[in-house]
Design a protein around this ligand. Structure first.
Ligand code: TYD
Length: 237
């Protein structure tokens, strides 16, 4: 399969702390690269750029930050991330998979910190010049279960308390229900391999990749028949 020159695909992972977003973002990125032949950029917020790593340190590892200052810091990270990394990659035709994006601000700073939802959303839309993902995967898990899975010292947001994390989860679920065309909701309580398989099926359908995936599987199967020529590196021709 030839590398497509069409514009890229933008996929975001959302959910509470400790639900496995970074693992699934990496696994999905590797798979999308193999089946589409496209460049893949796996990134995250906050901290996907050098500037963002400074913001991340301020917002997660400093002392108290006023909620509006917190919202502005995440938006500043996002503005720079989109302008310097995400949008240029999408314009090159890459697949961009980000661990958190704008919906985290709405869930944490509006849901969790109880700022106005439309204001937080507008701030991020302004910061990103309106860039929304093609698909957003919500890995949904009870925050009490997620907290029990966590290892290491909690950061400033992880210490925000049960009510905060419950409101954040509810905000994610509300947003997903309001825009089912963009969102896929997955129960993050199972095995990594089962969750990843479900993510791949849903993302392939949303990005119209199902025929590409079927072709990739067909080529790999044919190559494994006796006497067949070896598959190309990605199992694709
Ligand atoms: P990180 O370690 O990346 O999260 P995770 O626990 O998912 O690996 O930390 C990011 C923290 O910042 C997380 O608690 C969510 C929070 N956050 C916001 O509050 N607003 C935002 O816009 C973003 C992107 C993250």
């Amino acid at each position: 399969m030839a590398v497509s020159s069409a514009p890229g695909f933008f996929v975001s992972f959302e959910g509470g702390d400790g639900v496995g977003k970074s693992t699934h973002a990496r696994l999905l990125g590797e798979w999308l690269g193999a089946v589409t032949g496209r460049e893949v950029v796996v990134t995250r917020e906050p901290g996907g750029t050098e500037f963002g790593r400074e913001v991340r340190r301020l917002v997660l590892h400093g002392d108290h930050v006023d909620p509006r200052a917190e919202a502005l810091l995440y938006a500043a990270d996002r503005a720079h991330h989109v302008a310097t990394l995400v949008r240029p990659a999408l314009e090159r035709g890459a697949v961009v998979v980000t661990d958190r994006y704008l919906d985290s601000s709405v869930a944490y700073q509006a849901g969790g910190r109880e700022l106005a939802e439309d204001e937080v959303e507008q701030l991020s839309l302004w910061a990103t010049r309106g860039l929304l993902p093609d698909v957003t995967i919500l890995l949904d898990l009870d925050p009490v279960v997620a907290e029990a899975r966590r290892t290491g010292e909690p950061d400033r947001l992880e210490r925000a308390g049960d009510g905060f994390h419950r409101r954040t989860r509810e905000a994610f679920l509300r947003r997903a229900a309001a825009d089912p065309g963009r969102w896929v909701v997955i129960d993050a309580g199972g095995e990594v391999s089962d969750i990843q398989a479900q993510i791949r099926v849903d993302v392939a359908a949303r990005l119209d990749l199902t025929p590409v995936v079927e072709e990739a599987v067909r080529v790999v199967d044919a190559d494994s028949l006796p006497g067949a020529s070896p598959a190309s590196p990605e199992g694709l021709s």
